[in-house]
Write a protein that binds this ligand. Sequence first.
Ligand SMILES: CC(C)(COP(=O)(O)OP(=O)(O)OC[C@H]1O[C@@H](n2cnc3c(N)ncnc32)[C@H](O)[C@@H]1OP(=O)(O)O)[C@@H](O)C(=O)NCCC(=O)NCCS
Length: 74
Amino acid sequence: MKERDFLDIDEFCVDEEHRRKGVATAMMEFIKDFAKENGFHRIELNMWEFNQGALAFYEAAGFETFRRYMEMFL
Ligand SMILES: CC(C)(COP(=O)(O)OP(=O)(O)OC[C@H]1O[C@@H](n2cnc3c(N)ncnc32)[C@H](O)[C@@H]1OP(=O)(O)O)[C@@H](O)C(=O)NCCC(=O)NCCS
């Protein structure tokens, strides 16, 4: 591992009654501005594979997958 500087998003949620109104997009713009102002040039987060709505949002916001967690049930 090499030393890396990044801002990690741990929890990210919009109230169910207020989705698809651009709230998460505005939150992400706030986070991006906060990261830049504090010298971070990379944002990281992880999500569950079944959460296709979240994946669609993150991809629409400009995130790309760079690593996968894999498992096998025995
Ligand atoms: C994922 C989440 C944060 C998105 O919040 P939101 O405020 O509804 O997102 P926005 O309105 O800013 O959506 C922007 C764009 O992202 C995409 N998008 C957002 N939610 C989507 C969904 N459920 N399905 C498909 N595309 C979606 C669309 O392209 C959307 O633009 P459009 O509405 O003009 O089509 C919200 O659905 C949520 O809180 N989910 C439950 C918690 C969760 O899963 N959090 C992430 C855990 S890792």
